[in-house]
Ligand binder design. Structure first.
Ligand code: ATP
Length: 356
């Protein structure tokens, strides 16, 4: 295992456009990380720079303080699991799992013990003597996961969307299993995905990327409670955070001519910046229209079983708000009740802390 530092790292595949914008960050030894973001935001580029498949055009990669920017994947001692199974069809499941250990010249009894342990953790024990060729795609990908996890001496295990080929009903099971494997094996793991459920169930730290930059890194709770960037608010959560243009002065925000009290005071917002407030649908409730409430036009109700969300419009802006249990939703207009403790202010998409 290793601590991984990215120092002033950036990458351009050529020309003036940067697939990765400058970043400096640390990946803790033994951490379970998810690298989350939409297609094209630079996740695979970053993973490939850590693994050594891509050499960054700027900056350095350090493993335990040692500069390995120009080292090969093998020299870095990294294990990788890709979207599609990488296994030897003609070998048995056991031989496939043993291969990375044999390759490193480990003793037979050490190999046997480790293969048994990993097979047990992945429910592959009954298949150990079977040829891999006849197994289902799910089972083959489990072997790939096992091959990635079998070495205990790796600097990190990197997963690039490893559950893509897995049957939807098995995805949940494997996700939870990977989390348990992380706890059992004490390896540094980095898991790339565009799926927030995968990221939030697997990782203790989620690194959110947007347009080539890391916009926030934190626990799932932190990303939910205090998005550092409007993109994080919008991308995480279902429905995502409401982001509404507002005029903010002191401890008040004016939306569509209506004033809402804030819990914090904002004295010095940057001049000329685009000011917005962000509030998660869970912290705004619809109510009967009343003089003190911001009014909104109801477009539809989404019933998610345990909770209902009203999709409303404030002027041109779409907005989602919780429908309290037993509340009879009016046909057209509703009032909105905000929880001031959960309203955030953003200037040019970045969170402004405000004064308590
Ligand atoms: P996806 O989930 O679709 O794989 P991603 O978040 O992993 O997306 P990357 O594959 O890292 O994103 O791509 C980031 C940007 O770099 C994209 O604009 C992509 O077109 C570009 N890019 C990726 N690989 C290359 C390459 N080999 N040559 C030139 N441009 C590339």
């Amino acid at each position: 295992m290793a601590r991984i530092d990215l120092v002033d790292l950036a990458h351009s595949y050529g020309g003036d456009t940067y697939a990765l914008k400058p970043m400096t960050m640390t990946w803790r030894q033994g951490g379970a990380y998810a690298l989350l973001g939409p297609s094209g935001c630079g996740k695979t580029t970053l993973l490939n720079i850590i693994s050594g498949i891509v050499t960054p055009s700027h900056g350095k990669v350090l493993f335990d303080g040692k500069d390995i920017t120009n080292a090969t994947t093998r020299e870095r001692n990294i294990a990788q699991v890709f979207q599609f199974p990488v296994i030897y069809d003609t070998m048995t499941v056991g031989e496939n799992l043993a291969f990375p250990l044999k390759n490193r010249g480990l003793a037979r009894d050490v190999i046997g013990k480790r293969v048994k342990e990993i097979a047990e953790l992945l429910d592959l024990t009954p298949f150990l003597d079977r040829k891999a060729v006849r197994l289902s795609p799910d089972a083959k990908q489990k072997i790939s996961l096992g091959r990635g996890l079998v070495r205990s001496d790796v600097a990190a295990v990197l997963f690039d969307e490893p559950l893509t080929v897995i049957d939807p009903h098995l995805k949940w099971e494997l996700r939870s299993k990977l989390k348990a494997l992380h706890q059992a094996l004490d390896l540094t793991m980095i898991y790339v995905t565009h799926d927030q459920t995968e990221a939030l169930t697997f990782a203790d730290t989620v690194v959110v990327m947007h347009d080539g930059a890391v916009v926030q890194s934190g626990t799932p709770e932190e990303l939910f409670a205090k998005p550092a960037h409007t993109f994080v608010g919008y991308f995480i959560g279902s429905p995502g955070m409401n982001i509404v243009p507002a005029e903010v002065k002191g401890n008040e925000a004016k939306i569509d001519g209506h004033t809402i009290k804030l819990n914090r005071t904002y004295d010095s917002l940057p001049v000329g910046a685009k000011i917005e407030i962000g509030v998660r649908p869970e912290f705004v409730e619809v109510a009967p229209p009343a003089p003190g409430l911001l009014s909104a036009n109801i477009e539809r109700i989404d019933d998610l079983g345990r909770v209902r969300f009203a999709r409303v419009r404030i002027g041109d802006v779409k907005f989602a708000a919780k429908v309290p249990n037993g509340f009879l939703v009016p046909d057209n207009t509703a009032g909105l009740v905000f929880d001031p403790a959960h309203i955030h202010v953003y200037a040019d998409s970045l969170l402004v802390e405000g004064r308590a």
